[in-house]
Design a protein. Structure first.
Length: 294
Protein backbone atom coordinates (compact mmCIF):
# COMPACT_ATOMS: atom_id res chain seq x y z
CA UNK A 1 0.00 0.00 0.00
CA UNK A 2 1.29 3.42 -0.93
CA UNK A 3 0.82 6.42 1.36
CA UNK A 4 -0.59 8.30 -1.64
CA UNK A 5 -3.32 5.67 -2.12
CA UNK A 6 -4.16 5.68 1.59
CA UNK A 7 -4.66 9.45 1.39
CA UNK A 8 -7.02 8.86 -1.54
CA UNK A 9 -8.89 6.24 0.47
CA UNK A 10 -9.27 8.55 3.48
CA UNK A 11 -10.63 11.32 1.24
CA UNK A 12 -13.30 8.98 -0.18
CA UNK A 13 -14.15 7.72 3.33
CA UNK A 14 -14.50 11.30 4.56
CA UNK A 15 -16.57 12.60 1.63
CA UNK A 16 -18.60 9.40 1.10
CA UNK A 17 -18.66 10.39 -2.55
CA UNK A 18 -16.12 9.51 -5.24
CA UNK A 19 -16.70 12.65 -7.30
CA UNK A 20 -16.33 15.08 -4.40
CA UNK A 21 -13.23 13.24 -3.17
CA UNK A 22 -11.68 13.40 -6.65
CA UNK A 23 -12.33 17.15 -6.82
CA UNK A 24 -10.71 17.61 -3.43
CA UNK A 25 -7.68 15.56 -4.49
CA UNK A 26 -7.44 17.31 -7.90
CA UNK A 27 -7.56 14.06 -9.87
CA UNK A 28 -10.18 12.64 -12.21
CA UNK A 29 -13.04 10.57 -10.83
CA UNK A 30 -12.26 7.55 -13.08
CA UNK A 31 -8.62 7.58 -11.89
CA UNK A 32 -9.66 7.69 -8.25
CA UNK A 33 -12.22 4.92 -8.74
CA UNK A 34 -9.55 2.77 -10.42
CA UNK A 35 -7.12 3.33 -7.52
CA UNK A 36 -9.79 2.27 -5.00
CA UNK A 37 -10.58 -0.90 -6.96
CA UNK A 38 -6.88 -1.75 -7.09
CA UNK A 39 -6.66 -1.23 -3.30
CA UNK A 40 -9.59 -3.60 -2.76
CA UNK A 41 -7.90 -6.18 -4.98
CA UNK A 42 -4.62 -5.79 -3.07
CA UNK A 43 -6.33 -6.33 0.30
CA UNK A 44 -8.73 -9.00 -0.94
CA UNK A 45 -11.78 -7.32 0.60
CA UNK A 46 -14.50 -4.91 -0.46
CA UNK A 47 -13.95 -1.55 1.19
CA UNK A 48 -16.97 0.33 -0.15
CA UNK A 49 -20.68 -0.12 -0.77
CA UNK A 50 -21.26 1.91 -3.92
CA UNK A 51 -24.58 3.47 -4.91
CA UNK A 52 -25.52 6.17 -7.39
CA UNK A 53 -25.46 8.80 -4.65
CA UNK A 54 -22.85 7.68 -2.15
CA UNK A 55 -19.81 5.52 -1.44
CA UNK A 56 -20.00 4.12 2.08
CA UNK A 57 -17.50 2.01 3.98
CA UNK A 58 -17.95 -1.68 4.66
CA UNK A 59 -16.83 -3.10 8.01
CA UNK A 60 -13.48 -3.89 6.39
CA UNK A 61 -13.35 -0.32 5.11
CA UNK A 62 -13.95 1.06 8.61
CA UNK A 63 -11.05 -1.05 9.90
CA UNK A 64 -8.77 0.29 7.16
CA UNK A 65 -9.87 3.88 7.87
CA UNK A 66 -8.55 3.57 11.43
CA UNK A 67 -5.30 1.94 10.33
CA UNK A 68 -4.81 4.31 7.38
CA UNK A 69 -5.34 7.33 9.63
CA UNK A 70 -2.56 6.14 11.93
CA UNK A 71 -0.21 5.32 9.04
CA UNK A 72 -0.71 8.67 7.32
CA UNK A 73 -0.35 10.56 10.61
CA UNK A 74 2.91 8.73 11.33
CA UNK A 75 4.20 9.42 7.80
CA UNK A 76 3.40 13.13 8.15
CA UNK A 77 5.03 13.27 11.58
CA UNK A 78 8.17 11.56 10.26
CA UNK A 79 8.38 13.90 7.27
CA UNK A 80 8.00 16.90 9.57
CA UNK A 81 10.73 15.61 11.90
CA UNK A 82 13.22 15.15 9.05
CA UNK A 83 12.39 18.56 7.64
CA UNK A 84 13.44 20.05 10.99
CA UNK A 85 16.69 18.14 11.45
CA UNK A 86 18.78 21.03 10.18
CA UNK A 87 16.97 23.67 12.20
CA UNK A 88 16.13 24.04 15.86
CA UNK A 89 14.38 27.38 15.56
CA UNK A 90 11.07 25.54 15.46
CA UNK A 91 9.33 22.21 15.10
CA UNK A 92 6.34 20.38 16.52
CA UNK A 93 5.73 18.54 19.78
CA UNK A 94 2.79 16.17 20.27
CA UNK A 95 1.72 15.69 23.88
CA UNK A 96 -1.07 13.60 25.41
CA UNK A 97 -2.63 15.01 28.58
CA UNK A 98 -4.92 13.84 31.33
CA UNK A 99 -7.44 16.33 32.70
CA UNK A 100 -5.96 18.18 35.65
CA UNK A 101 -5.35 21.74 36.75
CA UNK A 102 -1.73 20.63 37.25
CA UNK A 103 -1.16 20.84 33.50
CA UNK A 104 -0.52 24.50 34.37
CA UNK A 105 3.09 23.39 34.98
CA UNK A 106 3.30 22.05 31.44
CA UNK A 107 1.73 25.26 30.14
CA UNK A 108 4.38 27.33 31.96
CA UNK A 109 7.15 25.17 30.49
CA UNK A 110 5.72 25.55 26.99
CA UNK A 111 5.35 29.31 27.41
CA UNK A 112 8.99 29.72 28.51
CA UNK A 113 10.20 27.38 25.75
CA UNK A 114 8.22 29.26 23.11
CA UNK A 115 9.90 32.52 24.09
CA UNK A 116 13.20 30.98 23.01
CA UNK A 117 11.84 28.99 20.06
CA UNK A 118 8.90 31.09 18.80
CA UNK A 119 8.30 28.96 15.71
CA UNK A 120 7.71 25.76 17.63
CA UNK A 121 4.15 24.39 17.67
CA UNK A 122 2.52 22.18 20.28
CA UNK A 123 -0.37 19.76 19.80
CA UNK A 124 -2.33 18.52 22.82
CA UNK A 125 -4.40 15.32 22.79
CA UNK A 126 -6.61 14.94 25.88
CA UNK A 127 -7.70 11.64 27.37
CA UNK A 128 -7.34 9.04 30.11
CA UNK A 129 -4.15 7.02 30.53
CA UNK A 130 -5.16 4.14 28.21
CA UNK A 131 -5.81 6.13 25.01
CA UNK A 132 -2.92 8.49 25.70
CA UNK A 133 -0.33 5.75 26.27
CA UNK A 134 -1.67 3.83 23.29
CA UNK A 135 -0.93 6.80 21.04
CA UNK A 136 2.45 7.25 22.74
CA UNK A 137 3.33 3.60 22.09
CA UNK A 138 2.33 3.94 18.42
CA UNK A 139 4.62 6.94 18.01
CA UNK A 140 1.81 9.44 17.44
CA UNK A 141 2.79 11.33 20.60
CA UNK A 142 6.23 12.42 21.81
CA UNK A 143 5.30 12.79 25.49
CA UNK A 144 2.35 12.06 27.73
CA UNK A 145 1.11 13.51 31.02
CA UNK A 146 -0.78 10.86 32.99
CA UNK A 147 -2.35 10.51 36.43
CA UNK A 148 -1.35 7.01 37.44
CA UNK A 149 2.08 5.51 38.18
CA UNK A 150 3.92 4.82 34.90
CA UNK A 151 5.07 1.41 33.72
CA UNK A 152 8.78 1.67 34.54
CA UNK A 153 9.71 -1.11 32.11
CA UNK A 154 8.40 0.98 29.19
CA UNK A 155 8.72 4.65 30.14
CA UNK A 156 11.03 7.27 31.57
CA UNK A 157 9.21 9.79 33.73
CA UNK A 158 9.26 13.01 35.72
CA UNK A 159 6.90 13.75 38.60
CA UNK A 160 4.95 17.01 38.45
CA UNK A 161 4.95 19.02 41.69
CA UNK A 162 1.81 18.85 43.85
CA UNK A 163 -0.99 16.34 43.51
CA UNK A 164 -4.67 16.35 42.64
CA UNK A 165 -7.23 16.07 45.42
CA UNK A 166 -10.46 14.17 44.83
CA UNK A 167 -13.91 15.34 45.77
CA UNK A 168 -17.56 15.43 44.76
CA UNK A 169 -19.12 17.95 42.38
CA UNK A 170 -22.81 18.40 43.19
CA UNK A 171 -25.68 20.82 42.83
CA UNK A 172 -25.77 23.56 45.44
CA UNK A 173 -29.26 22.42 46.50
CA UNK A 174 -28.02 18.87 47.26
CA UNK A 175 -28.41 17.69 50.88
CA UNK A 176 -24.67 16.89 50.86
CA UNK A 177 -23.75 20.49 50.00
CA UNK A 178 -24.00 21.39 53.69
CA UNK A 179 -21.14 19.06 54.59
CA UNK A 180 -17.51 20.21 54.72
CA UNK A 181 -16.24 16.82 53.53
CA UNK A 182 -17.88 13.72 52.05
CA UNK A 183 -17.29 10.20 53.44
CA UNK A 184 -18.01 7.10 51.38
CA UNK A 185 -20.99 6.33 53.64
CA UNK A 186 -22.57 9.60 52.46
CA UNK A 187 -22.50 8.32 48.87
CA UNK A 188 -24.22 4.97 49.43
CA UNK A 189 -27.14 4.58 47.02
CA UNK A 190 -26.45 7.82 45.15
CA UNK A 191 -25.88 7.86 41.36
CA UNK A 192 -22.17 8.58 40.81
CA UNK A 193 -20.15 9.53 37.73
CA UNK A 194 -16.40 9.42 37.14
CA UNK A 195 -13.93 8.01 34.62
CA UNK A 196 -13.53 4.27 34.03
CA UNK A 197 -9.87 4.66 34.92
CA UNK A 198 -10.78 6.10 38.33
CA UNK A 199 -13.19 3.26 39.07
CA UNK A 200 -10.41 0.75 38.40
CA UNK A 201 -7.40 2.58 39.85
CA UNK A 202 -8.28 5.37 42.27
CA UNK A 203 -11.44 4.58 44.21
CA UNK A 204 -10.48 1.06 45.27
CA UNK A 205 -7.65 2.82 47.18
CA UNK A 206 -10.25 4.97 48.91
CA UNK A 207 -13.12 2.56 49.55
CA UNK A 208 -11.41 -0.79 49.82
CA UNK A 209 -14.00 -3.50 50.48
CA UNK A 210 -16.79 -0.88 50.43
CA UNK A 211 -16.31 -0.29 46.70
CA UNK A 212 -19.25 -2.54 45.78
CA UNK A 213 -21.57 -0.35 47.87
CA UNK A 214 -21.10 2.61 45.53
CA UNK A 215 -23.54 3.06 42.64
CA UNK A 216 -21.65 4.10 39.51
CA UNK A 217 -24.42 5.20 37.18
CA UNK A 218 -22.18 6.31 34.32
CA UNK A 219 -18.65 7.18 33.23
CA UNK A 220 -17.07 10.22 31.58
CA UNK A 221 -13.57 10.78 30.23
CA UNK A 222 -14.12 14.57 30.29
CA UNK A 223 -15.11 16.07 33.63
CA UNK A 224 -16.87 19.05 32.05
CA UNK A 225 -19.43 16.80 30.35
CA UNK A 226 -19.99 15.03 33.64
CA UNK A 227 -20.66 18.37 35.34
CA UNK A 228 -23.41 19.12 32.81
CA UNK A 229 -25.16 15.90 33.82
CA UNK A 230 -24.79 16.88 37.48
CA UNK A 231 -26.32 20.28 36.76
CA UNK A 232 -29.27 18.54 35.13
CA UNK A 233 -29.85 16.50 38.27
CA UNK A 234 -28.63 13.09 37.11
CA UNK A 235 -26.20 12.47 39.95
CA UNK A 236 -22.84 13.34 41.54
CA UNK A 237 -19.46 13.67 39.82
CA UNK A 238 -16.29 12.34 41.46
CA UNK A 239 -13.54 14.57 40.13
CA UNK A 240 -10.31 16.41 40.83
CA UNK A 241 -10.56 19.77 42.56
CA UNK A 242 -10.29 22.86 40.32
CA UNK A 243 -11.51 21.15 37.13
CA UNK A 244 -15.10 22.34 37.25
CA UNK A 245 -16.51 25.85 37.58
CA UNK A 246 -18.19 25.87 41.00
CA UNK A 247 -18.76 29.61 41.26
CA UNK A 248 -22.04 30.92 42.69
CA UNK A 249 -23.43 31.38 39.18
CA UNK A 250 -22.67 27.77 38.16
CA UNK A 251 -25.20 26.22 40.50
CA UNK A 252 -22.57 23.64 41.50
CA UNK A 253 -20.20 23.15 44.43
CA UNK A 254 -17.21 20.96 45.24
CA UNK A 255 -16.70 19.10 48.51
CA UNK A 256 -13.50 17.11 49.26
CA UNK A 257 -13.80 13.46 50.18
CA UNK A 258 -12.59 12.00 53.45
CA UNK A 259 -10.30 10.25 54.06
CA UNK A 260 -8.29 12.37 51.65
CA UNK A 261 -7.57 10.78 48.27
CA UNK A 262 -4.76 12.26 46.16
CA UNK A 263 -3.35 11.39 42.74
CA UNK A 264 0.09 12.27 41.40
CA UNK A 265 0.82 13.39 37.85
CA UNK A 266 3.71 12.21 35.67
CA UNK A 267 5.33 13.27 32.41
CA UNK A 268 6.37 10.13 30.52
CA UNK A 269 8.10 9.15 27.28
CA UNK A 270 9.21 5.84 25.80
CA UNK A 271 12.52 4.40 26.91
CA UNK A 272 15.31 4.60 24.35
CA UNK A 273 13.27 7.15 22.41
CA UNK A 274 15.17 9.09 19.75
CA UNK A 275 13.60 12.54 19.61
CA UNK A 276 13.73 15.14 16.85
CA UNK A 277 15.87 18.14 17.93
CA UNK A 278 13.08 20.39 19.20
CA UNK A 279 11.55 17.62 21.34
CA UNK A 280 14.96 16.68 22.69
CA UNK A 281 15.54 20.27 23.78
CA UNK A 282 12.11 20.45 25.41
CA UNK A 283 12.68 17.22 27.36
CA UNK A 284 16.04 18.55 28.58
CA UNK A 285 14.27 21.66 29.82
CA UNK A 286 11.69 19.54 31.65
CA UNK A 287 14.44 17.52 33.32
CA UNK A 288 16.16 20.71 34.50
CA UNK A 289 12.89 22.21 35.73
CA UNK A 290 11.66 19.23 37.71
CA UNK A 291 15.06 18.20 39.03
CA UNK A 292 15.45 21.72 40.40
CA UNK A 293 11.94 21.59 41.88
CA UNK A 294 12.53 18.40 43.87
Amino acid sequence: MEIRVLRYFLAVAREENMTRAAQQLHISQPSLSKEMMKLEEELGHRLFVRTNKSTRLTEEGMLLRKRAGDIVAMADKTTEEFSRLDSITGGEIHIGCAESHLVKYLARDIKAFKERYPHFLFHIFSGDTAPVTERLDRGLLDLAVIVEPPNLSKYNYLTIPQSDKWGVVMRRDSPLAGKRAIAFEDLYGLPLFCSEQSIKVDFPRWCGENMDKLNFAGTFNLAYNGSVFVREGLGYLLSFEHLIDTSEESGLCFRPITPVLETNMYIIWKKYQVFPPIVDLFVKRLKETYTAAE
